[in-house]
Design a protein around this ligand. Structure first.
Ligand SMILES: Nc1nc2c(ncn2[C@@H]2O[C@H](COP(=O)(O)OP(=O)(O)O)[C@@H](O)[C@H]2O)c(=O)[nH]1
Ligand SMILES: [Mg+2]
Length: 590
């Protein structure tokens, strides 16, 4: 389906032309018919000689209704610029053309109407000259009279050629249906209409309402007034929404494929038109069928940051226009460069951002996004209209390869420095690393841990390096000699101090599994209990504490807690008379 919007000054014959071509009445309101003037958007359609369908979005030409005109033109890929032969180029001819040019509309026709009232050539010539500098420079021109019918067959043929030239739409794209009308149908409920430029709609689909994010379900679909189960692009559609109050949706809202768009109220844009520095601080942004007030912050000669009065589901590469409603002026065309722009907090951040924006052209590209952002969630890129073609580093996180490598290096540096500064701690807690590297997610820290680093119990430590800090390892080597001679004698406090094992060092050694703490500072090597069971198994069973103490060549200070440990571990069993036996399995297997 070819969907075209009309454009041109009031009373130049737009609605009459649509009527003549379609036999349908585009002026829907009684007031419009009484006043003979289009106020709001009108819709009419017909078949072209080729069998194709053309649908018109007829717009008002009066300067008071330019916002309505823009809501009609915004989502439509092609336009028919209408100029009356007898009046020629007029103010809203210029303003409408400026709007089409700002939106980058490149497909259309120039139609000189009312050719029965005056020679169409001067008007045609002037209009051609005006179009020459715009996105519509190359369009075909036709002169017509809706009264005599002259030129209408040529116009139909030209519409057919236009339809054939338009780029093929993408049915697999997500849906963003800008609502240009909403109304209630008795017995059906709320219906919205729009131009489906891409994507596919089906009865039963769940969509999201852009304004509130609330889910809505498609109860029924009409394509040019005919009910159907499914509609592909490009088409004029009416969507009946299940259980949605009429006041929940209005022109400028949008129906969205869930999860594929994100409402944003902050965008960085390139402007073609007035120099950014000359713009008033407040303008109206028109995009799709929406119009929102925006505050403009210049960032460079032709780039700016726009703060929107309410969030809109915008994508990188979207075309929009800025208009000064007070001065009836299209200030410029907008290309959206970034829908998730970084905050500008530091001094000089604005200038730095301007330099970045100067390199952007609005073509969504993943590698560039990753380079600029370092890290970004895949869902955020997708919802900015950027195709995601790389695998996440962890979860939903995408990383620029170079940035990721540098983060890995920094992680190793922080772990090494921490090990030097806190030699008795077993590595760096993940959360500390997350903060040190200023990462948004702990999962990223864990994903950055690569050999020789390792993740143990929520901390990142260097593996391969000695399991214990140097001073502790040295002290253990000294007591190790003591244990070799008397494995069940615990060094006393003086000995521990002499080799340099203070409370912190002992704690580190115990955490690292290098020492076994029986109680307080009663320490043995970790293998001591098993070794003790082997010795005790040689004794006549049951055996007394005293017999055990002698066999183990140790003191009560060690023997008491050691036997209690063996009891707890089920290797020995204490009898009612306080004697013990080694538990059967340990007797046999040793
Ligand atoms: N003679 C003549 N009058 C026309 C022609 N087209 C439109 N008109 C008249 O011009 C006036 C404005 O037309 P309309 O379609 O409402 O203009 P719009 O404001 O651009 O939609 C109406 O009175 C029409 O009857 C035409 O081709 N020939
Ligand atoms: Mg009209």
């Amino acid at each position: 389906m070819l969907v075209v919007a009309t454009a041109g000054h009031v009373d130049h014959g737009k609605s009459t032309l649509v009527r003549a071509l379609t036999g349908m009445e585009p002026d829907r309101w009684a007031e419009e018919r009484r006043r003979g003037m289009t106020i709001d958007l009108g819709f009419a359609w017909t078949q072209l000689p080729s069998g194709r369908t053309v649908a018109f979005v007829d717009v008002p030409g009066h300067e008071r209704f330019v916002p309505n005109m823009l809501a009609g033109v915004g989502p439509v890929p092609a336009a028919v610029v209408v100029v009356a032969a007898d009046e020629g180029w007029m103010p809203q001819s210029a303003e409408h053309l400026a709007a089409l040019d700002a939106l980058g509309v490149a497909y259309g026709l120039l139609v000189v109407t009312r050719a029965d009232l005056a020679d169409p050539r001067p008007a045609l010539q002037r209009a051609r000259a005006e179009l020459a500098a715009t996105s519509l420079a190359a369009v075909e021109a036709v002169a017509v009279s809706a009264v005599t019918g002259a030129g209408l067959p040529e116009l139909r043929a030209a519409l057919d050629r236009l339809a054939a030239r338009l780029p093929a739409p993408t049915p697999e794209a997500p849906v963003r249906l800008w609502v240009d009308r909403s109304f209630t149908v008795r017995g059906s409920g709320t219906v919205v209409t729009g131009t489906l430029g891409a994507g596919r709609l089906r009865v039963g689909d769940e969509l999201a309402l852009a304004g509130t994010g609330e889910p809505v379900r498609v109860r029924g679909l009409h394509r040019l007034g005919v009910a159907c189960d499914e509609v592909g692009p490009v088409a004029r559609v009416a969507v009946n929404l299940r259980a949605l109050a009429r006041d929940r949706v209005a022109r400028g809202d949008a129906l969205l494929t869930p999860g594929r768009f994100r409402g944003t109220d902050l965008v960085d844009v390139r402007l073609v038109g007035d120099p950014v520095a000359d713009l008033p601080a407040t303008l109206t942004l028109h995009v799709g069928a929406a119009a929102v007030p925006v505050r403009v912050r210049p960032l460079g000669g032709d780039t700016a940051r726009l703060r929107l009065g309410r969030p809109l589901p915008l994508l990188v590469g979207d075309r929009a226009l800025l208009r000064d409603p007070g001065r009836h002026r299209v200030a410029g065309g907008v290309t959206v460069l970034d829908v998730l722009p970084p905050a500008l907090r530091r001094r000089g951040a604005g200038a730095a951002r301007a330099a970045v924006l100067a390199t952007l052209d609005g073509r969504p590209e993943m590698a560039g996004e990753l380079r600029r952002r370092g890290l970004v969630r895949a869902a955020d890129l997708l919802r900015a209209g950027v195709p995601v073609t790389a695998a996440p580093v962890v979860g939903d996180w995408l990383a620029d390869p170079e940035h990721w490598r540098r983060l890995g290096d920094r992680l190793a540096d922080v772990v090494a420095r921490h090990a030097r500064e806190h030699p008795l701690e077993p590595g760096v807690p993940v959360e500390v690393l997350r903060q040190a590297l200023d990462l948004p997610d702990r999962a990223l820290v864990e994903a950055l841990v690569r050999p020789p680093l390792r993740l143990v119990a929520g901390r990142v430590a260097a593996a391969g390096s000695p399991p214990l800090p140097e001073p502790v390892a040295r002290a253990l080597a000294l007591v190790g000699a003591d244990y070799a001679a008397h494995p069940f004698r615990a060094p006393d406090a003086d000995r521990l101090t002499a080799v340099g094992l203070g409370a912190r060092e002992i704690g580190a050694a115990v955490r690292a599994g290098a020492l076994l703490r029986l109680t307080g500072n009663v320490l043995l090597l970790p293998g001591a209990p098993r070794q003790a069971v082997r010795v005790l198994a040689e004794l006549p069973q049951p055996f007394t504490l005293s017999a055990a103490r002698q066999a183990l060549d140790t003191t009560r200070r060690v023997a008491v807690p050691l036997l209690e440990l063996l009891d707890r571990q089920g290797m020995t069993r204490r009898l009612p008379d306080d004697a013990r036996v080694v538990v059967g399995g340990f007797l046999v297997s040793g």
